[in-house]
Ligand binder design. Structure first.
Ligand code: G3P
Length: 227
């Protein structure tokens, strides 16, 4: 399962990559707005910061097929020609997904709230489908179940699409999808850090360190030193 960072802050992305080898960055217009910078320059800077093997996903904002395609071309020409273009699964978006796929563009279908939207986007040619897990939960639906249904439908129908689940509030939602074998998740920095953090691990590490160095003081000739 790929694990991506849903954020556009250069400092945050760099510091997360220093802590762990993530698989890329996803953004949307709201995430970019938080940076108060030219979005194309910001996306270019993110691309330059990332290792070559990492993915970058960025979203179009037009509501017409023609506008989406133009924006996609602009992003591919001005940011990176191998980036993933995120397209919302409106009727216009479905058509844009199909036409861009014919050009060989990597597409992530986004703003997905139902399994059938994802299925149709996959059939149209989207490489990834991004259901909004926590937003679904907040609507009284089961976000993990919707994402799992999409994953199962892609596999049952031998499609080349994968779930890139987005919108997480906590690590439990990520764990539940990891158990199902979905292709990818993208989450905000606080959720990503919570995937690893556990106070008991910290305490165990402290206790081991304490015991080890008390042993050094006890045993003559024990040479390993604390750095
Ligand atoms: O890109 C869409 C996804 O990141 C939305 O997340 O936290 O705004 O629901 P959130």
């Amino acid at each position: 399962m790929l694990v991506l960072i849903d954020n556009a802050n250069l400092y945050e992305i760099e510091s997360l990559y220093t802590e762990y080898p993530y698989d890329g960055v996803t953004t949307n217009p709201t995430i970019l707005r938080n940076e108060h910078a030219d979005p194309i320059k910001q996306l270019k800077a993110i691309r330059e910061l990332l290792p070559k093997t990492s993915q970058l996903h960025a979203q179009v904002v037009s509501s017409t097929t023609e506008g989406m395609i133009q924006e996609a071309h602009f992003m591919l020409d001005n940011i990176a020609d191998d980036m993933f273009i995120k397209i919302p699964v409106s009727a216009a978006g479905m058509k844009a997904i199909h036409l861009l796929k014919e050009e060989g563009v990597n597409i992530t279908a986004t703003a997905i709230y139902t399994a059938m939207q994802a299925f149709m986007a996959g059939k149209a040619g989207a490489r990834y489908a991004a259901p909004y897990v926590n937003r679904l939960d907040n609507m009284g639906a089961d976000g993990v179940q919707v994402a799992t249904d999409i994953h199962n439908m892609f596999r049952i129908h031998n499609m080349e699409s994968d779930v890139l689940a987005a919108s997480f509030k906590n690590s439990q939602q990520v764990l539940n999808l990891c158990r199902k074998g979905i292709g990818a998740v993208t989450a905000a920095p606080d959720v990503l850090r919570s995937l690893i953090k556990h106070d008991a691990t910290f305490t165990a590490e402290e206790n081991f360190e304490e015991d080890y160095y008390s042993l050094i003081n006890e045993v003559k000739g024990f040479r390993m030193k604390k750095n």
